[in-house]
Design a protein around this ligand. Structure first.
Ligand code: TYM
Length: 333
């Protein structure tokens, strides 16, 4: 990573909780890639967050390596950016504990993702699920990040990060930089192809609802052809046309076309043509990523070298912030 002090810092992370989705890519990872030249970018695989939902150990191990390779395949350049594994850098768990003591039960209770996830995993509403946003706040604050590229579903978590940071700074002086979310105009909330009222998610039970980065072209085409639309048979962006709106959003995010251009392109055509065009555009966008991934994942030694190098840099940067925090709080150093 270039160490130019003038460049602002970008931090973001993704959970290795399953195969990365088109939603993750359009909402976040694509921006991670595009910000690399202008900013000092630090990215992480948030594997500590992932065990808030029970994981099968062998599958989890595989998901971590696959996700690491996938993100590099998307274009995160390990020569330009720091891309590390959260559980390898002990400062994250330590700052999370400290920040837990500066976060109120009431504010965590208001997190919509906590409410959603506890409804979905009613048999395992663990304390980690509840304090998850505090770990995330620590991730961001450790690197004094200016910008955090995420999808719309993380907006509330960025807000609580700012609240915690301001509270801490209010007591101890300017310890943390107050970060800002960086949410794309288009693609910030990609919805399930089968239930366009729900966001596209790695854990979608309906396999046809979610497009994975590594899906082969024929699978991607099949999923788009089966996408839920409506009975109007007119490609236009309008309230109540959630399925079509979602497909238009995806098409626009991938091709750069405006909604108006898309409406003109498909005027007088049926949904069949439209779905095929969206599927083909996505296939072409993802093809180089899948090809690159297949090369990378075979080279475990290279991946290991990449994350060990990045883990060390992340530890060095984050230790500075953690040291300052501990001193301010009053720990004997
Ligand atoms: P995660 O792993 O759920 O998602 C990774 C990124 O993808 C975005 N995203 C979406 N964007 C558009 N449409 C969708 N359907 C969609 N689904 C997911 C997410 O907004 C996210 O940007 N808590 C975070 C990981 C994390 C983190 C952090 C992020 C841990 N520490 C610090 C930023 C900064 C999460 O679970 O993301």
């Amino acid at each position: 990573m270039e160490n130019t002090p003038k460049k602002e810092v970008v931090f973001s992370a993704i959970q290795p909780s399953g195969t990365i989705t088109l939603g993750n890519y359009l909402g976040a990872v694509r921006n991670w890639v595009s910000l690399q030249d202008e900013y000092n970018c630090i990215y992480a695989l948030a594997d500590l967050h992932t065990i808030t939902v029970r994981q099968n150990p062998a599958q989890f191990r595989k998901n971590i390596i696959d996700a690491y390779a996938s993100i590099i395949a998307c274009g995160v350049d390990v020569e330009k950016s720091v891309f590390f594994i959260q559980s390898h850098v002990h400062t994250h768990a330590e700052l999370a504990w400290i920040l837990n003591c500066y976060t109120q039960f009431g504010e965590l209770s208001r997190m919509t993702q906590f409410k959603d996830k506890s409804a979905k995993h009613a048999d395992n509403i663990n304390a980690g699920l509840f304090t998850y946003p505090v770990l995330m706040a620590g991730d961001i604050l450790l690197y004094q990040a200016d910008k955090v590229p995420v999808g719309a579903d993380q907006k509330q978590h960025i807000e609580i990060t700012c609240d915690i940071a301001k509270r801490f700074n209010g007591i101890y002086g300017d310890v943390f930089k107050i970060p800002e979310g960086f949410i794309p105009k288009n693609g910030a909330r990609v919805m399930s192809l089968q239930n366009p009222l729900n966001k596209m998610s790695k854990s979608d039970e309906n396999v046809n609802g979610c497009v994975h980065l590594l899906d082969p072209p024929e699978v991607i085409m099949k999923k788009f052809k089966r996408a839920v639309t409506d009975s109007e048979a007119c490609v236009r962006y309008a309230e109540g046309k959630d399925g079509v709106n979602n497909l238009m959003t995806i098409y626009s995010a991938v091709t750069g076309k405006t909604f108006e251009q898309i409406e003109n392109e498909f005027a007088g055509k049926g949904y069949g043509d439209f779905k095929t065009a969206v599927g083909e555009a996505v296939v072409e966008e993802l093809r180089p990523i899948r090809e690159r991934y297949e090369q990378l994942v075979k080279d475990k030694a290279y991946l290991e070298e990449c994350y060990h190098k990045a883990d060390e840099i992340a530890l060095k940067i984050s230790s500075r912030t953690l040291g300052k925090v501990m001193k301010k709080v009053g720990y004997v150093r």
